[in-house]
Every structure is written in C-alpha cells, then in structure tokens.
Design a protein around this ligand. Structure first.
Ligand code: NAD
Length: 498
C-alpha cells in the first residue's frame, strides 16, 4: 500500500517511519493509502531546512519571488484537473467542487503576484529640517500552517503564497485525512523554481502540531480548523512567543425575509447547505425564515433537498459526495436522530442513504429539519454535514438578535428585496463575512477572510492586506544627511521637529 511521505528540503522523505494513519476513499469506504505521522524530529528537520532556505530566500529580489509566483499560478491552472481528482478521491467532494476550491486558492497566488505593489512602503520628505522618514516591512523567518481536511488545497493556499511571497519560508502540516494535495502542491512549487526548503510539508496529528507550537525556530503559526483546537493552538503558540492567526468553526445563518424571491433564496440556500456535503466553514447550516416566509420557504427547500444528486465525487452530474469518514457519517446521522427526539420536524431524512455500487461509502443524504429551536443540539452544535435547520423568527430584528447571540460569527446571508433591510443587517450583525442575496460570501483574495467571536481566535484574518501584515514586521527609518559644514548642537530634550 502507498505510503504518503513528508516533503522536506525539496524531496519526499519518510525517515524512520514510526507511525502511519489510514487514508480512505470516502466513496468506497476503502483504505487507499497510509500517511506518515510526523514526530518532533520530523518537524525539527523541516524547520532546519526552512531556516537555511530563509537565509537566501529572504534576500531574493521582489521580481525573483514574483516570477516564482507567476510560474506557480500557471502550473495550478495546468494541473487543476489532476489536483481536483486527488482531492475528490481523499475528501469525497465532487471533482468540479474541488476545482472550485483550487480556483479560489489560486486567486491568493494572483494577489501574491502583485507583491511589488502591496509591499511598497511610504516616504515622508522633510519631517523636520533635513530629516526624512520612510518605512518598509520584512519577513518573519520560518512560519507554519496547520490546516483542516475540508479544503486541502484552498486553505493552505490562503497561507503559503502570502508567506513565501513576503520572503518567509513555510512548513505546512495538512490534515491527516486528505494529505496528498499538499505533496502535489510541493511538486508544483519545485517545478515553478522555488528553491528547496522554502516550502515543506510534515504530515501528522497532535504530535506534529505540538512540536510546531513549541518549536523555538518557528516565528508564526496560521491555523484553520475547529474552535476548540483553534483556542488550543492560539494559547500554546502565543505562550511560546509566536504570532498566531487561528480561524475556528462556524454556524452560518441565512435569513429569508418575506419580500425575498423564495425560489431564488431556496435554490442558493440548498447549494450553500448541501454543497461539499455541508463540510464547509461557510456552509449555510441554519435558515432563519422570517414571518410569512416560513411555510412557503420550507416547501421549496424540501423540494430542492429531495432533488440533490448524491454519489461518488468523480461521477459526472453528481452534486454531493460522501462525508470524509465513517465517524463523520455516524455523527451526522446521530445528530438528525437527536434533533427528532428533541422535537424538531424531520422534513427530509438523509439517514441510511445507499448509493448503488458503493454500499460501504460514507454517504448520507441531505436532511432538512424544521421547527428547530436554539435549545436543540442541532442548533447549538456545528454538525459539519448536509443538515439544514430551519428556525422561525417574527422579524428581521429578532433574526439579527438570534445571530448575535450565537457564539460563532463566521458568515451570514440575508435574502431580501429591501436595500434598507440589507443595510441594517450588515451594520448590526456581529459576523465577519456577510452576503446580501449571496449564500456563501467568501471574500476575494484581495480582501481578507475571517469571522468574529468563536470563529476567529486572536485578531488576524487571513490573506489580502491582513495576510501581508501577518507575515511581515514593519520598520520605520528616520534619516538625516547633514551637509559637511553644517554643525547643529544636539539638544538634550526629547527630539521634536523644527
Ligand atoms: P480539526 O480542528 O479537527 O483539525 C484541524 C487541524 O488540527 C488538523 O491539521 C488536525 O490534524 C489538527 N488537530 C486535530 N486535533 C488536534 C489536537 N487535539 N491537537 C492538535 N492538533 C489537532 O478540524 P477539521 O475537522 O479538520 O476541519 C473542520 C473544522 O474546521 C470545522 O470546525 C470548520 O468549521 C473549520 N474550518 C474553519 C474555517 C474558517 O475559515 N473559519 C475554514 C475551514 C474549516
């Protein structure tokens, strides 16, 4: 059976493998490979390689770095189909959906291609007589990214192009559930001309993560995953003197006002809820039906949920693949049972779905729950599966209060024909990313991505301007070039301008 190695200093490395973990094909339920689980020694080897590479990479010119980014971007275009198939085979999402995540990740590379412009400092002439001030930013050193299973290409791409283009060297610890995309990307970087040691991959679980969080050679950690682990990563890494950005889980509400086009809203909410089997941090997991919208909305949502085509991710025409693991399938199906026991109406029951020829696959169908209340587990927990809960609210204000009382604040959407309602919603809601008639409002790469409250621990969203800030430190230089004949007595008072 194929063993998926680390990637250190420009080569695949297995080392003295102590432990491995299974990698499944979720559509068949079969183990298809094993991935090495990195130890502190593997992290150490990667940090050593990255530290050496930093000495030269941080001195490379902006145009050299930009050229690598342009070449890398082109390779991502050329290999999109191949990478999409690798992702689909380990994650379960459809190949087209995987291609979508590669495209959205590639946009971050495109932003990084414009590095020369975004890294420009500023200059102030004659702040005092004969004195000028300018500023510039420098890379941190070796930085690390720890990423979740649900976007094995896009989420790491939120991090490494930004880090590498700004002159850092990078260590990626991807999810052990779908590790192959990281190694494929490493090969593309090498083909793009990135020097060995600038991009490294160490696979593994908690041991590898803990080694990263405590390693004195790592300056900053970017994390995306569930909220409890985000809190742990933030706490540990800051305690060890590192800069941290840590994005957590979500419970995203889509509010539907009575004036909305219900067919349009239901169409988009269905795609936002069941796309990628609900395994997206921006998935719509709660539909808030306001006032008279409720019954009619549920009717359309039911029809749409029953129409979703479920099957293996590599079969053309399939809209929703399996869940990532058997444990995830069981967790989601149990949650539907608990919701029914707690009083929710199961309008569409996705449990027990069997896909022809894939009896062992980790499939579950779309589930639609009505009359969900804020006390029920189906509302309180991030189910991370194809389950849409409908909560009813009397007014837009009540819907906003509901969202603001929720501990998460990643994404939200409002479906309406009213500009006034949309403006009130976007100003009052305590959520980082907001869609108006857009169900999954993932910002473009030249903005930054990040939620509020328990969806982002610390204070740094990823990519865009915040990404540049995160991976660099500022310097401000105050300069005087006195004329040889000019003698000015230095005063003993605190310097002010003259
Ligand atoms: P996860 O938290 O289980 O794992 C994320 C990473 O942490 C993985 O690399 C994993 O190996 C590591 N990890 C897991 N348990 C650990 C432990 N005990 N100690 C140290 N490291 C550990 O998340 P997941 O299941 O892979 O991904 C799904 C979660 O990620 C969901 O909660 C989802 O909302 C969230 N997510 C958030 C965003 C966002 O932008 N906010 C984006 C994608 C996913």
């Amino acid at each position: 059976m194929n063993t998926i190695p680390h990637w250190i200093n420009g080569s695949p490395v297995t080392g003295p493998v102590q432990q491995t973990a299974p990698v499944f094909n979720p559509a068949t339920g079969q183990e298809q490979a094993r991935v090495v689980l990195g130890s502190a020694a593997d992290v150490d080897a990667a940090v050593l390689a990255a530290s050496h590479a930093f000495e030269t990479w941080s001195e490379s010119s902006l145009s050299q770095r930009t050229q690598v980014m342009f070449a890398f971007r082109q390779l991502l275009v050329e290999h999109e189909e191949a990478l999409g198939r690798i992702i689909s085979a380990e994650h379960g999402k459809t190949v087209d959906d995987a291609r979508g995540e590669i495209t959205r990740g590639r946009e971050v590379v495109e932003f990084a291609c414009g590095l020369g412009d975004v890294l420009k400092g500023s200059f102030s002439d004659q702040v005092s007589r004969g004195v000028d001030v300018h500023n510039f930013r420098q890379p941190l050193g070796v930085v690390a990214g720890i990423t979740p299973f649900n976007f094995p290409a896009m989420v790491p791409l939120w991090m490494h192009p930004m880090a590498i283009a700004t002159g850092n060297t990078f260590l990626l610890k991807p999810s052990e559930r779908d590790p192959s995309a990281a190694n494929f990307v490493a090969e593309l970087y090498k083909k793009a001309g990135l020097p060995d040691g600038v991009f490294n991959v160490v696979h593994g679980g908690k041991d590898a993560v803990d080694a990263i969080l405590t390693h004195p050679g790592i300056e900053a950690v970017s994390f995306v995953g569930s909220t409890p682990i985000a809190k742990y990563v933030h706490e540990q890494a800051t305690a060890h003197g590192k800069r941290v950005q840590a994005l957590g889980g979500a419970k995203n509400h889509a509010v539907v006002l009575p004036d909305a086009d219900l067919e349009f809203a239901a169409n988009h909410i269905t795609a936002g809820a069941y796309g990628s089997a609900g395994e997206r941090c921006m998935a719509v997991s709660v539909a808030v039906a306001v006032g008279a919208a409720a019954d009619a909305l549920v009717e359309v949502l039911e029809r749409k949920a029953r129409e979703v085509k479920v099957g293996p991710g590599d079969t053309p025409g399939v809209e929703m693949g399996p869940l990532v693991t058997k444990a995830a399938q069981e967790r989601v199906e149990n949650a539907v049972g608990t919701a029914a026991a707690q009083g929710a109406t199961v309008v569409v029951d996705g449990r027990g779905l069997k896909v022809d020829g894939h009896a062992e696959g980790f499939f579950t169908g779309p589930s639609l729950l009505d009359h969900v209340t804020t006390e029920m587990d189906a509302y309180k927990e991030e189910l991370f599966g194809p389950v849409l809960a409908i909560v009813r609210a009397a007014s837009l204000d009540q819907a906003i209060d509901l969202i603001n009382a929720n501990p998460y604040g990643n994404g939200t959407a409002l479906f309406t024909a009213s500009g006034e309602a949309a403006r009130r919603f976007q100003r009052q809601v305590k959520v980082g990313m907001i869609g108006v008639n857009v169900p999954v409002p993932v910002p473009m790469s030249y903005y930054s991505f990040g939620g509020w409250k328990d969806s982002l621990i610390g204070d740094s969203p990823v990519h865009g301007p915040e990404g540049i800030r995160f991976y660099t430190r500022p310097k401000v230089v105050t300069t005087r070039w006195p004329q040889p004949a000019q003698q000015v007595n230095a005063g003993f008072n605190f310097p002010t301008s003259s």
